[in-house]
Write a protein that binds this ligand. Structure first.
Ligand SMILES: [Zn+2]
Length: 385
């Protein structure tokens, strides 16, 4: 913060006070180590509440197809898309998956993400879903960030169950969820509820089973078609419903009432050349809107939360303040972590970023470059550019 305007005092990684510089200096005492932030804007560490960054191979070749207009569901039908990622993850070792995930996390950290959610969902059998979740757990131990793990066994129907999707749903419910819960390696369970993937009925069965095992529900909802996913998320008291490009006003109202966080993924709409989610309508309806990268090898190979923030400001009509709140405090709420991270308040972790600019507007204003001058995690310098 500008020396004339404000300062933050932290001790052992926990914020003690935030306020006018003179006041903070007198409270912290003269022995406290001082860092001059040289007039840079300070923002909370960014929280990325929706990623699939644990994967084995990129799918750059498919990108060309997609930008020529082949719809994602068509790519899925041809057995491409996500199923290619499933093949490569099944072949990959824990070490290789961990190496990729840590590389992704390092890039995300340099772009200000100090808390990151990572989903499984490229294993699609018990062994490989558990393998992915164990990689995510290891990544959480090795990376600088706090990591939240989500079980997404219901990401797609695997080839071997193409003709019997309900049998795959049974496998998720009877075998995968109990094992995931037993091992304690995921906090959340998620389902891709969409035409040609999991029906609303199947999605509900899976999430209800997950809740019985203590997992908190999330939902990939109403991305391509309005299947009432947002309303179902509200019904189940899910912590978030994500994507929501095709969400109905009725679902928006139900989500607002049930305090479900709307996690919007503008980098995916950008990459798929789709109309952005109706963020303004959501905000007007009193819905808490969060932003995420959706980093994945198919529809959004984006690790930069500043890029998502810039899109939200320039393409979705959010103000700088709304976009920043969406990428910090609301994103923390989407992970049930708002007591620990997401804002610069006493008692929370000293996760913060210094920007190459005087205000957060620089994130959208100076597009295409990393706006982060320095990223601090629990009070320690974790990345700088
Ligand atoms: Zn996703």
């Amino acid at each position: 913060m500008n020396r004339a305007q404000g300062a933050l005092w932290h001790h052992k990684g926990i914020i003690q006070a935030v306020g006018p510089t003179d006041e903070i200096l007198s409270r912290a005492g003269k022995d406290a180590k001082q860092i001059d932030c040289q007039g840079r804007a300070m923002i909370p560490g960014l929280v990325d509440p929706h990623t699939h960054m644990c994967f084995a191979q990129t799918r750059e070749n498919e990108f060309s197809e997609r930008i020529c207009g082949v719809p994602y569901l068509e790519i899925l039908k041809r057995g491409g898309g996500i199923l290619n990622s499933v093949d490569s993850v099944r072949r990959a070792s824990v070490q290789d998956l961990l190496k990729n995930t840590l590389e992704h996390l390092k890039i995300a950290l340099a772009h200000g993400s100090t808390t990151v959610e990572i989903k499984s969902g490229y294993g699609l059998d018990t062994e490989n879903e558990l393998k992915m979740l164990s990689v995510i757990e290891l990544a959480g131990q090795k990376a600088a960030q706090d990591i939240a793990a989500t079980f997404l066994g219901a990401h797609a129907i695997p080839r071997e169950y193409k003709e019997h999707p309900d049998q795959y749903v049974d496998l998720i419910i009877n075998e995968m969820i109990p094992k995931v819960a037993d091992q304690g390696i995921a906090s959340f369970a998620d389902v891709f509820c969409e035409k040609g993937v999991f029906t609303p009925e199947q999605s509900r069965r899976i999430l209800e089973a997950a809740m019985e095992h203590g997992l908190t529900p999330k939902l990939h909802a109403d991305e391509v078609n309005d299947l009432g996913g947002g309303a179902m998320a509200a019904d189940l008291k899910a912590v978030s419903a994500d994507h929501l490009l095709a969400v109905s006003p009725k679902s928006i109202a139900k989500m607002a009432q049930a305090q479900v966080v709307a996690v919007l993924l503008p980098a995916t709409a950008y990459s798929l050349k789709k109309t952005y989610a109706p963020a303004r309508k959501m905000l007007n309806a009193g819905l808490a809107v969060a932003l995420a990268t959706d980093c994945n090898p198919g529809s959004s190979y984006v690790l930069s939360m500043p890029f998502a923030i810039g899109l939200a400001i320039m393409q979705m009509g959010l103000s700088v303040e709304e976009a920043l709140t969406a990428a910090t405090l609301n994103a923390a709420h989407a992970l049930n972590l708002a007591r620990k991270v997401g804002s610069l308040e006493p008692g929370k972790q000293a996760d913060f970023c210094l920007l190459h600019g005087e205000t957060p507007a620089v994130i959208a204003y100076r597009a295409g470059v990393n706006p982060m001058a320095a990223v601090y995690k629990k009070g320690r310098l974790a990345a700088s550019t």
